[in-house]
Design a protein around this ligand. Structure first.
Ligand code: NDP
Length: 396
């Protein structure tokens, strides 16, 4: 086995593929496969021009285990990186276990017909992965991904006990449109319009969509309204960070975004059930996705910064301690380097780093794992040199 097979050719894939090409000494050989071959070819052409690295391309329908198995057998890679959509997680995982190849992804499985995401079905493949003698690394993006690594780093190096974690996700980028989403609109709008949820004292507490709002001061960005959302890393971190009392997730949204989303919600445009329109069956949110700007096209016009991090409180040497670990990314710098904006960048870089941890055997295991289950230091070191440097502030 040799090389990495990357599946999906959207914004995140563009960044992950460019970053793998920058690390070609590690990955040896790169194959990029997706539903639309021309998107793979466009990324490969840019990489050939800018980095002088050759990338193989292939067409695949990742909803079909059969097609995936024949592609994986042909390419014979050491690692498969799934940066298609969450709907493809299970088929790609099953194909990897059939072919006995390690698996990495950035988002947990979501059923196309039910707006609910959870790790259940991916964790249920643990035995299947153990039997195949392979490793699956789930959620190696930024959130989930780097946020889990920050928490693991704090647990392993900064605290004796961690009690409270707030994950703070700020995108202060401005693309100049009244309304657009920075990544796949369907996934984004389903996440934001769902009920909020956080974990406290062993229980899940549900809130109405966007019910809890705080004004938070993001270092190097400023004060931004931030809303409590359910986010998938809460499920694994509440299990894996021992002694935890509460974990929450907040994300910033501008007023214009919220107004548009509420309006679209009220008129039924976020619906995931088919409706009949002039004799044709359409799914409202899919039609909306067709109308909205392609997230990949936002890169060029987006200016401003992102700041994603974790505020962690607990005890060290008998004393109370609170730290803020975060990364700041600049949309235009990301675009200059990879041709994609910071939301794709902050996901694609950790997808490459997670794949590198497996490829080089720095992280080893048989079964299905979340990112915080490993030693964080080598991943943190890679973040520093691969474009996502982090800082730690000690808070009062
Ligand atoms: P895009 O929609 O830009 O790209 C998705 C790609 O997957 C497209 O190239 C699409 O093909 C391809 N694809 C979809 N269905 C299939 C299929 N059946 N077979 C083969 N290829 C398929 O999404 P992003 O790049 O923004 O996001 C990629 C992933 O990253 C998503 O899972 C998303 O949830 C996750 N993500 C994770 C974050 C994190 O921090 N952890 C943050 C942001 C995103 P086509 O071009 O033909 O449509």
């Amino acid at each position: 086995k040799k090389g990495i097979l990357i599946i999906g050719a959207g914004g995140v894939s563009r960044v992950a593929t460019v970053k793998c090409a920058m690390n070609i000494d590690t990955f040896e050989k790169i194959t990029l496969a997706s539903r639309t071959l021309s998107k793979c070819e466009a990324i490969a052409e840019d990489i050939k021009k800018n980095q002088k690295v050759d990338i193989d391309v292939a067409q695949v329908d990742a909803d079909s285990v059969e097609e995936l198995v024949s592609l994986i057998k042909k390419v014979n890679p050491k690692v498969v990186l799934n940066v298609a959509l969450p709907y493809q997680d299970l088929t790609i995982m099953d194909a990897c276990s059939k072919c006995k190849v390690d698996y990495v992804d950035t988002a947990n499985y979501e059923h196309p017909d039910v707006a609910k995401f959870e790790y259940k079905e991916q964790w249920a493949r643990d035995n299947q992965f153990k039997e195949a003698g392979i490793m699956g690394l789930l959620g190696s993006g930024f959130d989930p991904g780097v946020t889990g690594v920050f928490c693991a780093y704090a647990q392993q190096n900064l605290f004796d006990e961690i009690h409270y974690i707030d994950i703070m996700d700020c995108n202060a980028g401005d693309h100049g449109y009244a309304f657009a989403t920075n990544f796949n609109p369907e996934i984004n709008l389903r996440e934001v319009s769902a009920n909020g949820r956080y974990w406290e004292n062993g229980q899940w507490i549900e809130t109405k969509p966007l019910e809890i709002k705080v004004e938070h001061d993001y270092p190097e960005v400023g004060v931004k309204p931030s809303y409590l959302l359910y986010h998938e890393e809460l499920e694994s971190l509440s299990k894996n960070i021992k002694g935890l009392k509460r974990i929450r997730f907040f994300m910033t949204f501008g007023d214009s975004y919220i107004q548009h989303m509420n309006c679209l919600q009220n008129v039924g445009m976020l619906g995931i059930e088919p409706v009949m329109h002039k004799g044709v069956e359409i799914i409202p949110i899919e039609f909306l996705t067709t109308l909205l700007p392609d997230p990949a096209s936002l890169g060029q016009r987006t200016v401003g910064k992102t700041n994603i991090g974790c505020i962690i409180e607990g005890i060290k040497d008998g004393k109370k301690k609170k730290v803020y670990i975060y990364n700041v990314c600049d949309h235009q710098e990301c675009f200059k380097e990879t041709g994609a904006q910071a939301v794709s960048y902050t996901t694609g870089v950790p997808a490459m780093i997670g794949s590198k941890m497996l490829y080089k055997g720095i992280w080893k295991g048989k079964g299905v794992f979340n990112i915080e289950e490993f030693e964080a230091k080598p991943f943190m070191d890679e973040l520093m040199t691969q474009g996502l440097p982090w800082k730690i502030l000690e808070l009062e």
